[in-house]
Ligand binder design. Structure first.
Ligand SMILES: [Zn+2]
Length: 429
């Protein structure tokens, strides 16, 4: 018994420090100049600093995830597996606890190696994305909590293959089909790795929120399987564009202040980073994008950049409407309204989830105008709603140009005028 006890104590010591939160640690974060530097931060929700597990996120190390249609276990279609079976089949190596190593100096824990720096920063990023959504949820009437973001599973340094022999690198993803986040290995040495970018983690966490609230936490939702053409493309772009909008919102929590161009610090393609900037004043639908939206099949839309560019029109619509109606506080009001619009069973106005569920067998009813109406109906402030409607009609080329919107978008005030940033495209042939 004595030997057993001392073995336990040794094991406990070997587990490393587990100070009670808030814990002062060094992490790599965006600072005042906009660059990423090592700074002291506080982790408010960490339970075990060594294994990087806490109330909002739990890191798991060295997992292997393989999506492969030639895998005999996946050949019948992973959508036909139960959630548990899917996890069992796709997560080839379930991984184990990570282990962070630290040096303590005056009550501050300094990561002692490369992976510990990354893992602490990753936890801090997830914690801040959580706090961003907690704030939006607490601003709902009645108030809500982001329960879907408790103990988010974060696979660290995953060997991830998505229908390819080549493993994914330099990325962070939310894999809705196994309900886990993954931080893949990074090779990018010149810029901030995407998985270390706070705005990118905000984007990924936004996917989980969308998945939970809009798709009722279905790993592979029915409309994603059965819709095609414009309805499918619109749905995927909304998920991406709104994730960029929330990713930007998450950055507002950092010392650098709000960064609407979340990709700029991480990718070398500056033109593309600018196209994804949610504050883009010149974001407009053009004929090429409209054609793609209406004609691309699922595969073309997911593989091309059009999915993100059309999503950006939604994000820019929201950002510009808020900015013009009163600056960042109004942009935040729209983030709150948007979260409320994801799922709404209580009020007279259906949420996106209700719009999709009602029309799951009638995808023609899932139109940009119907989506804009759902969002508008959740904006309580009339001036802000008018600004949103005005920007949406303009940038998204909605099919109600001036005051004749009463049927398609009854929530838009009668005094709404279409914005004047974008030229009106000729009618479709
Ligand atoms: Zn995304």
């Amino acid at each position: 018994m004595r030997a057993f006890l001392s073995a336990l104590c040794l094991a406990a010591l070997a587990c490393g420090p587990a100070p009670a939160p808030p814990v002062r640690v060094m992490a790599i974060i965006p600072v005042e100049t906009g660059s990423y530097e090592t700074r002291e931060v506080q982790l408010q929700t960490i339970g075990n600093l060594t294994t990087l597990k806490g109330a909002v996120a739990e890191l798991v190390g060295v997992t292997r995830v393989t999506l492969d249609p030639n895998d005999p276990l996946q050949r019948g279609g992973i959508e036909n597996l139960t959630e548990e079976q899917r996890y069992e089949v796709l997560v080839k190596d379930k991984g184990a606890d990570v282990r962070g190593n630290y040096l303590e100096r005056s009550g501050v824990y300094w990561p002692a190696d490369f992976h510990t720096w990354n893992m602490v920063t990753t936890y801090w990023n997830f914690e801040n994305a959580y706090l961003y959504f907690q704030d939006l949820a607490a601003s709902q009437v009645p108030t809500q909590t982001p329960d879907e973001l408790n103990k988010m599973k974060v696979m660290y340094w995953t060997e991830l293959r998505l229908n390819s022999d080549q493993p994914v690198t330099d990325n962070a993803l939310y894999l809705s089909f196994i309900k886990a986040f993954t931080i893949t290995p990074f090779k990018n040495e010149s810029k901030v790795p995407l998985p270390m970018n706070l705005g990118v983690i905000g984007h990924e966490v936004a996917h989980k929120v969308f998945s939970k609230r809009v798709f009722n936490d279905e790993g592979i939702p029915l409309p994603i399987r059965t819709w095609s053409g414009e309805a499918f493309n619109l749905l995927k772009s909304l998920d991406e564009g709104l994730a960029d909008f929330h990713g930007f919102g998450t950055t507002c929590r950092s010392l650098s202040g709000c960064r609407p161009d979340i990709l700029a610090v991480s990718i070398s393609d500056e033109a593309y980073a600018r196209q994804r900037d949610v504050s883009r004043a010149d974001a407009c639908m053009d004929e090429g994008l409209r054609q793609a939206l209406k004609t691309f099949n699922q595969d073309m839309w997911i593989r091309g950049r059009e999915m993100y560019l059309y999503g950006n029109l939604w994000a820019s619509t929201l950002y510009q409407a808020g900015s013009k109606a009163g600056g960042l506080p109004k942009v935040k009001s729209l983030q709150v309204a948007l979260l409320g619009a994801y799922n709404d069973e209580r009020s007279q106005s259906p949420g996106l989830s209700q719009l999709i569920t009602r029309n799951v067998n009638n995808q023609m009813a899932f139109t940009p105008e119907a989506v804009a109406e759902v969002i508008a109906s959740h904006v309580a402030d009339v001036d802000l709603r008018r600004a949103f409607c005005s920007e949406a009609m303009d940038r998204l080329q909605l099919q109600c140009m001036r005051t004749d919107c009463a049927d398609k978008m009854p929530s838009c005030p009668g005094t709404t005028r279409r914005g004047t940033t974008c030229k009106v495209l000729p009618p479709l042939p």
